[in-house]
Design a binder for this molecule. Structure first.
Ligand SMILES: [Zn+2]
Length: 391
């Protein structure tokens, strides 16, 4: 069950056509009660836990005949709900409660440090990023079944490994070296931009997206992310930004990843990816996370799982089965019918099988492909922390 505030925020987001999360206009009227409870902050400080120093991709056991395959979801916005919407760190409500994650047989989730564009009169700071990271730690500390990625080995059944990401890193343009400590603390995916153009890149939904892509700071930032073992996230980036990123990713041999985006050929939306982009992502060994948010799944009516399967099939056709994953956007936007919360994820596996995918293909889409790109990050970090260059 979701609180009225959350529902209001989602309605506002839709009213303003902004998609996954409210725009400045929609949130400026946020009541004071939506601020995070003091207890959340206190428990974050008390826990003192860092999410991770390295993020090994755990090997899952092969899929059983009865359980849905274990899922690793590249975008679950629970930290936003806890930090900005007053949801307790125990996550008793929303799309991704511990109960729902267990029922869905989840093995992993990526919690983004989503830094809203609208903070401090559109001047979010790196300190905001630190505080939201503390919120993630608070969620992990409050849920014994959520594990840090540095808990080595396969994620046991009934447990969920939580990875960290950044969404909307514009504030890092002031000092790109600050990203180092976030990556060192466990951030895997780094999105330079959210709904509005940032000091690093234009946005897929930004004003200047046709005029320019990555800024000079954005190019240096992307290189720094790869150098340190992070992976730039192209979801929310403009086409020009994507174009500018490609040679930088190639230089570092890094996979290009879109944590939560669908296929533009199936649903025309700036947040979705063109066929050309899908091909490039495949070429770099990257992955695209299927987004369950209605507006990105279909431009008409009330989309359901079959509409999402169309995106999966198209991405597989263009990019190949090794380059599609899951990035539900749970707790960030209204999911489609049939995938209302994380407990329902097995229905997607079933629909994919019915659409002709083998069990092995579904297994790849649910977890193996994501694990491959996380491994790239792990290997890079391991090389940095051992004997440096030349290893
Ligand atoms: Zn997003």
């Amino acid at each position: 069950m979701r609180g009225a505030l959350i529902t209001a925020a989602l309605v506002a987001a839709q009213l303003f056509g902004c998609g996954e999360k409210p725009s400045p206009a929609a949130t400026s009227s946020m009541p004071a009660s939506a601020q995070p409870p003091a207890a959340t902050q206190a428990s974050a400080a008390a826990s003192g836990a860092a999410v991770a120093t390295s993020a090994p991709a755990a090997a899952e056991s092969p899929p059983s005949a009865t359980d849905p395959p274990r899922a690793i979801d590249m975008h679950v916005d629970t930290p936003w709900q806890v930090k900005f919407k007053g949801r307790p760190a125990t996550v008793p409500e929303g799309h991704a409660t511990m109960g729902a994650l267990k029922k869905g047989n989840y093995a992993g989730i990526v919690y983004p440090i989503y830094i809203p564009d609208y903070l401090h009169d559109s001047n979010p700071t790196i300190q905001d990023a630190d505080e939201i990271f503390d919120t993630i730690d608070a969620i992990v500390a409050a849920n014994t079944d959520i594990l840090h990625p540095h808990a080595k080995g396969p994620t046991p059944k009934g447990k969920v490994t939580a990875y960290a990401a950044i969404e909307g890193a514009g504030c890092f343009a002031k000092d790109i070296t600050q990203i180092d400590r976030f990556i060192d603390r466990g951030v895997v995916f780094v999105g330079p931009v959210h709904w509005h153009d940032s000091a690093l890149s234009t946005s897929a939904t930004g004003q200047d997206k046709k005029k320019r892509g990555l800024t000079d700071a954005g190019k240096k930032f992307a290189a720094r992310v790869y150098e340190r073992g992070g992976i730039v996230d192209v979801s929310h980036m403009s086409d020009r930004g994507f174009e500018d990123l490609v040679p930088i990713a190639e230089k570092y041999g890094a996979p290009i990843v879109a944590t939560h985006s669908n296929a533009r050929k199936v649903t025309k939306h700036a947040r979705n990816l063109s066929d050309e982009q899908l091909e490039i992502i495949a070429k770099t060994g990257g992955v695209v996370g299927l987004n369950f948010y209605g507006k990105f799944v279909s431009s008409k009516g009330d989309p359901d799982i079959d509409d999402l399967v169309k995106h999966a099939k198209h991405i597989i056709k263009v990019a190949g089965i090794d380059h599609v994953g899951i990035g539900s956007d749970y707790d960030g936007g209204d999911p489609i019918k049939g995938l209302e919360d994380a407990s329902k994820i097995g229905a997607l596996a079933k629909a994919l099988r019915e659409a002709g995918l083998s069990a092995e293909d579904v297994h790849k889409l649910f977890s193996e492909n994501v694990k491959r790109v996380v491994r790239w990050s792990d290997d890079k970090r391991a090389a940095l922390s051992s004997d440096g260059p030349g290893r």
